[in-house]
Design a protein. Structure first.
Length: 223
């Protein structure tokens, strides 16, 4: 095996980075596929660097797959370090990759600041990673942290939060109570829609939100 820091590996990484910087996204996709098909520990930094700036969703997803093909012994510590990056996409992609690896030892790195990140994409990635990595003893506390953000963002963000909460199961029932009693119609509607999804996973989220807002506007005695 060629050492990771050998001149050969440096040259190989330079070529890989150049290829991942191609203008054509289909070329970048094929390069990421090749990197995952033939995993090499020397690719780690190059894949991480590109993940932080790649604009195309499908290429980013392939980069995640390529990273999961490497040994967790080298990827997990590097991904944990990336959670402190100043670049929002770097944090989001690291969280997404960690959720795919599924190493429960990472749980302490899913901090409250990540769960409440000001960037919606980072927060959504943190929610998804958290519900996968949380130990049984931490589910109620996680439910409370997530429920505290009911009413946040647009439809996409709210649906992500509801799905994360529902994935935690019945432990969310008590966490939803403050939202259900909120005077804020957005918060109350989101809480009611989440409660409905918990009971009926096939329910339409948009309809649940609209019904909850109607109930709030009319009052329970007139609904």
């Amino acid at each position: 095996m060629v050492p990771v820091n050998s001149p050969h590996t440096y040259s190989q990484n330079t070529r890989l980075l150049d290829a991942l910087s191609a203008e054509d996204s289909s070329v970048r996709l094929q390069v990421a596929l090749a990197a995952g098909t033939h995993p090499d520990p020397g690719f780690l930094e190059t894949l991480m660097e590109r993940s932080a700036i790649e604009p195309d969703f499908f290429v980013r997803d392939m980069l995640v797959w390529a990273l999961t093909r490497l040994s967790p012994e080298i990827t997990v510590p590097r991904l944990r370090a990336e959670l402190g990056s100043e670049r929002a996409q770097a944090r989001s992609q690291a969280l997404h990759t960690l959720s795919k690896i599924g190493d429960g030892s990472v749980w302490p790195a899913i901090t409250r600041s990540l769960l409440h990140d000001a960037d919606d994409e980072v927060a959504r990635s943190a929610w998804r990673a958290a519900v996968i990595l949380v130990p049984d003893g931490g589910r109620e506390e996680l439910a409370a942290e997530l429920a505290a953000q009911l009413g946040r963002g647009d439809r996409k963000v709210q649906l992500s939060l509801s799905r994360a909460l529902v994935a935690l199961g019945d432990v969310i029932e008590s966490a939803l109570l403050p939202g259900l009693a909120s005077d804020n119609p957005e918060v109350q509607a989101h809480a009611r829609a989440t409660e409905l999804l918990l009971r009926d996973p096939d329910a339409a989220f948009d309809s649940a939100i609209d019904d909850a807002k109607r109930l709030h506007a009319l009052g329970p005695d007139r609904a």
